[in-house]
Design a protein around this ligand. Structure first.
Ligand code: C2E
Ligand code: MG
Ligand code: MG
Length: 841
């Protein structure tokens, strides 16, 4: 008999037999009356699970089926069940070539007596694999396969326990990639993930078997270095890691430079528990990043104190916002063409109950870290608007106010609406408000910045680039943004009259910005000399202690009322008095020259040494210098040389009785001396030479003035062009939007079942939808023709349809309704709908 095809020995009714055959679990029928537990029958699923035929199973002992289980679980369970017991389900690993590696087995008596047992096996191989995978994921990071926070904690505890018993040490390293967000934002998350995987592999290669590398999310890696002898060993490992991470990474076809910062805390020196160690390593990491990145920092107790102070200040700042401890001050900006106040920058101050008035520079970074700048920014906006209304109510001339927008607030989707609402509610014209945004904020995500700036620009407010010269400083990158003003940072302005590099940089920024049609303001102008430099180099506006310090609302009111302005001699274009500087160590010579030259109407300044002469030059605009050669400290040739370098526009004359010196000849040859005159002098000749020097200076000044006027005109032209481009861009956007809505409306009308025809204001058919075309198919071409000719049905008395009337078309009654256009849009003409009279209610 072929057992594989034979019927089951069980007296099974039809349905039960079908269930026996179709059951997904393997089932054996076992004879429990015989010690070897022979198998009486096996269902098809059991054959599949065991990898044996029914013929091989039937008659064989069930005891062998449990595989090489220690303690033969199946045998024990069969014996318990045969003795009338109820064994619990249990797991077996069948082996013996079975295709699945794990079953759970349950036993049940077949019928009332325990003489026959049903042995039911369920395949749990997949389930076990999934459980194993879950167990792995609960301790490992899914992206890099590194240990996760849980496994890190376990390993750290073990390393600390080992160090404790063996008097060794452990180091916890927090590592973050510098500028990782930029990779994510500029190249996308796929590139970011690839970079993280490569970084993980490189760090892993620097570590020993007993160390653990874990990832705690983002670009934050944490390492446990077990068994470390001293800090030098830790430092060696860290330096190695910094070096390998510093080498370029090939990511999505590009070569990326990552760089990393590491913070280190040691057991047992820094802390005795894992949580504190990790916190300290993280603090040290923040410190390393604060120092500019690509650094390693060991934890030091002061960091803890600083962090605690920061946390206290943050808490106090939250209270300050709620309790109204913030104030707004305003710093004026002067226009160098007219001299008057052209804007006020709103600067927040914190009136701390114990620490007094704290300037923004000291708490804004804290507020930024605590996520408070957005709330603070809106507070500033509303307070500034209130103050502007107060100045207006007091009858003061209108003035533009600039509000600083933090990078976080700039990304806040509610910003354009909040600005629009503040303007609408106050009635303040948009041109009187400008927003200051930093280059870093714009460059975080240039595409997103485009969209935000476009929305703000559409409101009509001014857009200023703040602190230019501190970040990327790339005007080339910035030309895409619709900026009106660039503010040169205090750091650059401070050095323009002392540092040649900064002076050159500022000149370049001014000229490039003007080329792009953007105006320029210089921040932090503290001296007249700086203001004069900026004036001569076409800077448009200045801001700084020289023109005005930040002050409160009432002080602003007085300043506006008094029409506070830059002195006329510092305006960009002006006529100066003739100023002469006489330098001689002999007082009687200075006095004699003064007496002689006073009659020529010069403003005469004097000095008795080269150094004193330079001081006078630093504080005054001088046209002509007359200097002696032989003076103690600095000889005349050197003084005139220095004057030439610092004030090349001056005309320099030497008046000396001492002619043989090589240095004088050199100075003449270098162009430091315009004329060499000898003592004793002839009065008339000297007066003539000096008058000639002034004439020369004035010709040069006139040339410069013309040049400035030309450049001003060019720059105004460029600004006008830029404004025009903005207007055109906005117009184009509006046209595109209109076109889109028109197309949507057309498409909608095209497919409505109602016949619709559009006529222009001269009665020409401008639009016919599908339904209308079908209705008037026999009329031929309709579109573009005169409606009364091609659609006579609609003009029953020769009159253009207006209002609603009924017409007969092909023997059917239709309702024709004319809707005049233009009530809610700029459209003209009319829209005609034609519906059958049956459709009408
Ligand atoms: P900022 O926008 O560049 O503001 C100019 C800073 O330079 C102000 O510092 C101002 O007091 C200071 N300053 C003005 N003239 C001179 C000068 O002649 N010499 C020097 N050395 N400094 C001068 P402050 O008020 O401490 O503000 C610092 C920064 O805090 C501001 O830089 C701005 O970025 C931010 N800030 C100020 N108010 C707000 C605000 O309401 N919201 C936001 N988000 N940021 C603000
Ligand atoms: Mg600012
Ligand atoms: Mg600034």
């Amino acid at each position: 008999m072929d057992l594989d095809t034979a019927q089951s020995p069980l007296p099974l009714p039809g349905a039960a037999e079908a269930a026996w055959a179709a059951c997904a679990n393997g089932v054996l029928l076992v004879d429990a009356g015989i010690d070897s537990f022979p198998i009486l029958d096996a269902n098809p699923a059991m054959c599949r699970l065991s990898g044996r035929t029914r013929a091989a199973l039937v008659g064989a002992s069930a005891l062998g089926l449990g595989g090489a289980q220690p303690g033969d679980l199946l045998g024990a369970a069969l014996r318990t069940a045969a003795a009338g017991g109820a064994p619990q389900p249990f797991l077996v690993q069948p082996g013996g070539g079975a295709p699945c590696s794990r079953w759970t087995v349950s036993l049940a008596p077949q019928g009332d007596a325990a003489a026959r047992l049903l042995c039911i096996a369920e395949d749990v191989t997949d389930l076990r694999e999934q459980q194993a995978l879950l167990a792995h994921l609960s301790t490992h990071d899914a992206l890099t396969g590194l240990a996760n926070r849980a496994l890190f904690n376990e390993r750290l505890q073990a390393a600390m326990a080992h160090a404790h018993t063996h008097a060794g040490g452990v180091a916890v390293l927090c590592l973050a990639l510098d500028g990782f967000n930029l990779v994510n934002e500029s190249l996308g998350y796929v590139a970011g993930d690839q970079l993280l995987i490569s970084v993980a592999m490189r760090i892993q290669a620097c570590m020993r078997a007993q160390d653990t590398l874990s990832r705690h999310g983002g670009n934050e890696f944490v390492l446990v270095l077990a068994d470390v002898a001293d800090s030098a060993e830790v430092q060696g490992v860290c330096e190695h890691i910094v070096r390998v991470i510093g080498a370029p990474f090939p990511v999505i076809g590009q070569s990326l430079h990552a760089g990393c910062s590491i913070g280190i805390a040691r057991y047992p020196q820094d802390a005795g528990d894992g949580v504190t160690l990790l916190r300290y390593a993280d603090m040290a990491l923040s410190h390393a990043r604060g120092l500019g990145g690509n650094q390693l920092q060991f934890f030091a107790p002061e960091m803890n104190q600083r962090t605690a102070e920061r946390a206290q200040m943050e808490a106090a700042l939250r209270i300050a916002l709620i309790e109204g401890q913030l104030q707004l001050q305003y710093q004026p900006l002067a226009d160098l063409q007219q001299g008057a106040i052209c804007a006020l920058e709103a600067l927040v101050r914190w009136q701390h109950p114990l620490m007094g008035l704290i300037p923004a520079g000291r708490f804004i970074p804290l507020a930024e870290a605590a996520g408070l700048t957005t709330a603070l920014g809106y507070w500033s906006l509303h307070r500034a608007v209130e103050d502007m209304l107060a100045w207006r109510a007091a009858g003061l001339p209108p003035v533009r106010v600039a509000i600083n927008i933090s990078p976080k607030q700039f990304r806040d989707a509610a910003l354009p609406q909040a600005v629009a609402a503040a303007l609408a509610q106050s009635g303040i014209p948009p041109v009187q408000l400008s927003l200051e945004i930093t280059e870093a904020a714009l460059m975080q995500d240039p595409q997103a910045s485009d969209a935000i700036l476009a929305q703000l620009k559409a409101l009509g407010v001014g857009l200023t680039l703040d602190d230019f010269g501190t970040g990327y400083s790339s005007l080339n990158h910035l030309k895409r943004f619709p900026l009106d003003l660039v503010k040169i940072d205090c750091g650059l302005t401070g050095n323009i009259v002392t540092g040649a590099d900064d002076a050159a940089l500022v000149k370049t920024i001014i000229s490039m910005a003007h080329h792009l049609g953007i105006e320029v303001a210089a921040e932090g102008v503290e001296t007249e000399a700086q203001c004069d430099f900026l004036r001569r180099n076409m800077c448009d506006q200045i801001q700084g202690y020289f023109f005005g310090k930040p002050c409160d609302r009432e002080q602003v009111a007085s300043m506006l009322a008094a029409r506070h302005a830059v002195p006329p001699h510092l305006l960009r274009i002006q006529k100066q008095a003739r100023t002469l500087l006489l330098v001689d160590d002999e007082q009687n010579i200075v006095s004699a020259l003064k007496r002689l030259l006073r009659r020529d109407g010069y403003q005469i300044l004097t000095a008795h040494s080269g150094q004193e002469g330079l001081d006078v030059l630093a504080a005054n605009a001088v046209d002509v210098i007359v200097s002696d050669q032989r003076m103690p400290g600095m000889i005349g040739a050197d003084f005139l040389r220095a004057a030439k370098t610092l004030y090349p526009d001056t005309i320099r004359i030497m008046l000396s009785g001492y002619t043989e010196l090589q240095s004088v000849t050199d100075a003449v040859n270098e162009g430091a001396i315009f004329k060499f005159l000898t003592k004793p002098w002839d009065d008339e000749q000297l007066r003539t030479h000096i008058a000639e020097a002034f004439r020369l200076k004035e010709i040069a000044d006139d040339n410069e003035r013309l040049n400035l006027e030309l450049r001003t005109a060019n720059h105004e032209l460029a600004a006008a062009n830029r404004r025009m481009e903005d207007v055109l861009r906005q117009k184009q956007q509006q046209i595109t939007r209109d076109e889109i809505s028109l197309n949507v409306a057309r498409e909608l009308l095209q497919f409505v079942p109602l016949a619709v025809i559009g006529l222009d204001d001269e009665g020409m058919v401008a639009f016919v939808n599908d339904a209308a075309e079908r209705m008037f198919r026999q009329n031929g071409a309709i579109l573009g023709n005169e409606a009364d000719i091609v659609l006579p049905e609609l003009f029953p008395d020769g009159l253009a349809p207006s209002g609603s009337h009924q017409v007969d078309i092909d023997g059917r009654c239709y309702q024709v309704v004319a809707h005049p256009m233009g009530a809610n849009s700029q459209s003209r003409g009319s829209l005609i709908t034609i519906s059958t009279c049956e459709d009408l209610p």
